[in-house]
Write a protein that binds this ligand. Structure first.
Ligand code: PRX
Length: 581
């Protein structure tokens, strides 16, 4: 029997208090995610239960019990405190998916600071923008990645502590701190900071259409949403072995790769090597994974390698498969039934929502290609594109919107209250983030389009803005365009998503050149590498097209939508606003 039982029966009279019941929570207990994911589980008699199974390159494998995690996270928390990090300070976690990432993340939360995980493939520009915006006080990284920090450190006056937790201490520079938690004295007891549901917890940067990335600030109260969805959608149960393939640099990797499963006391596996289908299947097999949360791009890549490969592995333990991040095409759902004997359940949510919003449920009929139905307690709608009134007729395309107030909802965009406000239709210009969050007369608008069928199932249509979703990762065109024009050859740039069979979209750049530059293969490679190194491999254009002139409005704004429509073979629409020759 699945945890949710019947979706329909969970709807009437739903109250988020059921999340507390699910965790056996008593009023007055300490609401601190770091504490709840470690000490609290140990206190439930699960100290010796495996919390983390980690595999890296070669035969590297490490296993940690909940008690190991408790003591190690205590060590991080104490160290940060001793260094002078204060509750509320931002601590960036910048490393590959090694155990230290998970442990320093929870240690940061334990001592009351805000964990700001960043994807380790980010180059120095991507890093700088996000550290500057967050006013980050400390960065926890490894010798492998510290070089990028060194390049930008001088321009970040608020960054006081560079802490290296893996590598060779002899290679550090003056002022950098080395911390080896496993060699340091055990910290048996640490009193976690008394956070409450409104205390800031995790800061995730996400890309929008305009401007640089925005920091979605979450609070410790998110745990109720993350725990209940982990229970009802992922169907995590006590004896499960769970694998979330996402990197904690992105929200899936924290909400469902750290918080949800561990506050439920579930064993998690982490694989810290590059993707190959065979390696993934071996990992599933060797660890007897029962619950698997992944993404459509990965599923499509597995699909490309065929069903015969799957059949060479013993994957009979798999009990529930879920997917997030991009549209899960019907073929992939049908294929997963053939390959694994069960469908991937599509789940829809965002960095901002902090937890799943529209999803399929174990036991509910899956319509391949549909995202499913709103989670109990979530009031969702699709709003008319012009009037912003909810559609009542099935099949009409509109904007996906939610009534504010669910527990995992982001609390603001750091330092950008006005942008936060702009996400709520009907908001008053004086309303503060904490008011907006509780105002159930408003709609929080996701920035995506969908329709709802006669049975109440949601069908994703596409984004309502220019943000590019490549392999389940959002990249902002503005950030890439700004980086492109830093290259000596490039005068102007416009960046759009181009269709791709596996990644759904890849980045394509249209550019004009500065006088005296020719665009040959070498130049193209130089520009691609420039972006890969300064931003990230995700942001690197897969194609660069040189134009004489970029299409613009009369006021000089580059018309990305026009270029995008060309790429997608769509009607380019009304060109009357284009600049005259
Ligand atoms: O466009 C939607 C897409 O990913 C966006 C959110 O991206 P991010 O904040 O990085 O969080 C990703 C993981 C939660 C959404 O606005 N998206 C997410 N899930 C789906 C999806 N698009 C289609 N189907 C989904 N299931």
């Amino acid at each position: 029997m699945s945890n949710i039982g019947s979706y329909e029966e969970r709807l009437p009279g739903f109250d988020w208090a059921i999340a507390k019941e699910t965790l056996g929570w008593q009023d007055g207990e300490l609401l601190n995610i770091g504490h709840m994911a470690t000490d609290r589980i140990c206190a439930q008699g699960k100290a010796e239960k495996t919390a983390l199974i980690w595999e890296g390159f070669g035969d590297a494998k490490k296993t940690y019990t909940f008690d190991d995690m408790r003591v190690i996270t205590n060590g991080y928390a104490r160290f940060l405190q001793e260094v002078g990090v204060q509750p509320g300070d931002r601590v960036c976690i910048f490393m590959d998916k090694s155990p230290s990432l998970y442990q320093s993340f929870l240690g940061t939360l334990k001592m009351g600071a805000v964990a700001q995980p960043l994807f380790s493939a980010f180059g120095d520009d991507s890093l700088e923008v996000r550290l500057a915006s967050a006013g980050t006080r400390a960065i926890v990284t490894t010798q492998k990645h510290v070089k990028k920090v060194r390049k930008i450190q001088e321009r970040l006056p608020e960054l006081k502590h560079v802490i290296v937790v893996e590598g060779n201490p002899a290679k550090l520079r003056e002022g950098e701190l080395f911390f080896d938690v496993e060699a340091a004295p055990r910290v048996e007891n640490f009193e976690s900071y008394k956070t409450d549901e409104n205390s800031p917890s995790v800061l995730h940067y996400t890309s929008g259409t305009t401007g640089q990335p925005k920091g979605a600030q979450h609070a410790h109260g998110s745990v109720w949403g993350q725990a209940l969805t982990s229970s009802w959608v992922l169907d995590l149960q006590d004896d499960d072995v769970y694998w979330c393939t996402a990197d904690p640099g992105w929200v899936t990797g924290t909400s469902y790769g750290i918080i949800g499963p561990w506050v439920l006391g579930v064993t998690q596996c982490v694989l810290d090597v590059g993707f190959t289908s065979a390696r993934w299947y071996k990992f599933l097999q060797d660890n007897k994974v029962t619950i698997w949360y992944s993404a459509p791009t990965a599923i499509r890549s597995l699909m490309r390698d065929g069903t015969d490969l799957v059949k060479q592995y013993d994957l009979k333990h798999l009990r529930n498969l879920c997917s997030v991040g991009e549209p899960l095409n019907a073929e992939a759902v049908v294929w997963s039934e053939e390959a694994f004997g069960r469908p991937f359940l599509d789940t829809f949510w965002q960095t901002e929502t902090g937890a799943m919003m529209i999803t399929n449920y174990p036991g509910m009929k899956v319509k391949p290609g549909s995202m499913g139905k709103p989670f109990p307690g979530i009031e969702a709608a699709v709003l008319d594109l012009k009037t912003h009134v909810p559609h009542t007729e099935p099949g009409k395309v509109g904007l996906i919107a939610f009534r504010p107030g669910w527990p995992a909802m982001f609390r603001t965009y750091r330092g950008q209250e006005d942008v936060y406000r702009s996400k709520f239709f009907g908001a008053d210009e004086n309303e503060k983030p904490e008011e907006l969050r509780k105002n159930t007369n408003l709609w929080y608008v996701s920035g995506d389009r969908a329709s709802i069928d006669a049975d109440g199932y949601y069908w994703f249509v596409g984004r309502d803005d220019d943000v590019i979703n490549t392999g389940g990762h959002l990249v902002g065109p503005f950030e890439i365009e700004s980086a492109l024009i830093e290259h000596e050859a490039i005068a102007e740039a416009a960046v759009v998503g181009k269709p791709d069979k596996v990644n759904m979209e890849v980045v394509k750049a249209f550019v004009t050149l500065n006088p005296g530059f020719d665009f040959d293969d070498m130049m193209e490679l130089s520009v691609m590498n420039f972006i890969r190194k300064s931003l990230s491999p995700l942001a690197m254009p897969q194609e660069i097209e040189v134009m004489e002139k970029l299409p613009k409005t009369r006021s000089g704004k580059i018309l990305r939508r026009y270029l995008k429509a060309l790429e997608w073979g769509e009607d380019v629409g009304d060109l009357s606003t284009l600049e005259d020759d």
